[in-house]
Design a protein around this ligand. Structure first.
Ligand SMILES: *[C@@H]1O[C@H](CO)[C@@H](O)[C@H](O)[C@H]1NC(C)=O
Ligand SMILES: *[C@@H]1O[C@H](CO)[C@@H](O)[C@H](O)[C@H]1NC(C)=O
Ligand SMILES: *[C@@H]1O[C@H](CO)[C@@H](O)[C@H](O)[C@H]1NC(C)=O
Ligand SMILES: *[C@@H]1O[C@H](CO)[C@@H](O)[C@H](O)[C@H]1NC(C)=O
Ligand SMILES: *[C@@H]1O[C@H](CO)[C@@H](O)[C@H](O)[C@H]1NC(C)=O
Length: 420
């Protein structure tokens, strides 16, 4: 029994590797002819010589003007407020923003193992993800076609995951179905009205914008991005978004009702199910811990490239935090972002329409978990994640009274200065 399980897993892994190799081979053409624009830029760091050399060799298209762009990666996890942070870039007219393009990599390579923790799966996923990110930052949207089923014809497709969440993909010249570029098309309207996405046009739109921002919840920790951070052809800045793990757990239980069913049973019955998958919680805490520990020790490779943002700080003072983020990036904030923040963070003017939506009162939302989770679950979480709570300045609720009393703040005042 056990043996056949293993055999199945091995087979699955082999097939993933084969698929990925096939993809690499198919696309290898675009990687070969390599007139490296400026060899000086490609000087490798110690120990990275071989990799840097390979990268320089492989890339034909990078180099021209690419270094002038800022490439932003919002490193987040599900239900940590990443859609909200994504909007801070999506609304900016100088940005080309993509919402979770790595979905396509995961869906193609690992459809069954959604949040796989198997190390080999993970390595394949991350390697493929880095390749895709590199291409997307270079506005090579055709590279994404390798992961789209059915394969796009004439570089057009209707299968881009959450296309409507990307303003650049819903406004002229990519989509002519709407008026001036500074109005917002609802996500569903975009998909309905814009028709097939022409990836050639989308790539042109990407090249015309000054910067590229990508949001992902599919990279576990900042160390997984080191090869990209150190890639001389990119100008990558990582905005790591963290949130109180208790808030994440509450929000996930509500949103992913099937996957988090056992937590809901615990919440409803007061009894912890024996087969509860605790890793649904501990993985978040471990990933945060690894990333934030790396960030806070300020390794030279992250200098000027890493900023930690707590969702709670953003929710309490969205304008101020947004200014800090743009200050770190050295990019001027624009009025569209400011207006979007004003429109979308006020109490009771708007209500949530979409389970992934960002239209709600941000400060209240950030604290809702305190009424959603039983004290037992909170206490369990506090114990399982105690190190990361302390690291990020989230206070332990010592009793049910404290948990439910909103005059007791569970977020310490902390300032995580960006590493400049
Ligand atoms: C690079 O930037 C310069 C100056 O902004 C511009 O004239 C040139 O067309 C750009 N080249 C490419 C290939 O985009
Ligand atoms: C793709 O483009 C070719 C050449 O323009 C055309 O003949 C063909 O019909 C197109 N295919 C589809 C499915 O639109
Ligand atoms: C996509 O846009 C490009 C650039 O405007 C155009 O040349 C091409 O014909 C379009 N593709 C399709 C299938 O309409
Ligand atoms: C903000 O709200 C106003 C009034 O509803 C609307 O006209 C405007 O387009 C919104 N702006 C943004 C950036 O969402
Ligand atoms: C809530 O906490 C505040 C501040 O610690 C305290 O003064 C107040 O009595 C508490 N309220 C209740 C209902 O426990």
């Amino acid at each position: 029994m056990q043996c056949s399980w293993k055999a199945v897993l091995l087979l699955a892994l082999a097939s993933i590797a084969i698929q990925y190799t096939a993809i690499r081979t198919l696309t290898a053409k675009s990687f070969h002819a390599c007139p490296v624009p400026s060899p000086v830029n490609c000087s490798p760091g110690p120990g990275e010589a071989e990799m840097a050399e390979r990268l320089c060799e492989e890339s034909p298209t990078f180099g021209y003007n690419v270094s002038r762009k800022t490439h932003i990666l919002i490193l987040a996890t599900t239900r940590s407020g990443s859609s909200f942070v994504g909007q801070l870039f999506n609304q900016h007219l100088d940005f080309f923003y993509l919402f979770e393009p790595l979905y396509h990599v995961q869906y193609t390579l690992l459809p069954r193992f959604t949040q796989s923790r198997n190390p080999s799966d993970r390595r394949v996923m991350l390697g493929a993800s880095r390749d895709l990110l590199r291409s997307l930052y270079d506005c090579d949207l055709y590279f994404l076609e390798n992961y789209i089923k059915p394969p796009p014809v004439n570089h057009t497709t209707d299968r881009i995951f959450r296309r409507g969440a990307s303003k650049a993909l819903c406004s002229p010249p990519v989509c002519e179905a709407q008026g001036p570029a500074d109005t917002n098309l609802e996500e569903g309207d975009c998909v309905r009205k814009c028709g097939l996405l022409n990836l050639t046009l989308a790539a042109e739109a990407c090249r015309e914008r000054s910067h590229v921002a990508i949001k992902t919840v599919r990279v576990p920790e900042v160390n997984d991005l080191r090869a990209l951070v150190e890639d001389p052809r990119l100008n990558l800045k990582v905005i790591q978004l963290v949130r109180d793990p208790r808030g994440i757990l509450a929000s996930r239980s509500e949103t992913f009702r099937d996957t988090y069913r056992l937590w809901r049973i615990w919440d409803g019955t007061g009894r912890k199910p024996y087969n509860l998958d605790v890793s649904q919680l501990t993985t978040v805490c471990e990933d945060f811990w690894n990333s934030v520990s790396t960030g806070l020790t300020r390794p030279p490779w992250l200098k000027g490239k890493y900023m930690l943002v707590r969702y709670e700080d953003l929710a309490r003072n969205p304008m101020k935090k947004t200014e800090e983020i743009y200050g770190f990036l050295g990019i001027p904030l624009d009025s569209h972002v400011e207006r979007w923040i004003h429109n979308n963070t006020r109490a009771d003017r708007f209500s949530s329409k979409h389970k992934y939506g960002t239209l709600r009162n941000s400060a209240a939302t950030a604290e809702k978990w305190r009424f959603r989770l039983s004290y037992d679950i909170v206490a369990f979480t506090q114990n399982a994640c105690q190190h990361v709570l302390a690291q990020l300045g989230y206070k332990v609720a010592a009793s049910e009274q404290e948990l439910k009393n909103l005059s007791v703040s569970l977020v310490e005042e902390r300032h995580f200065h960006p590493f400049l």
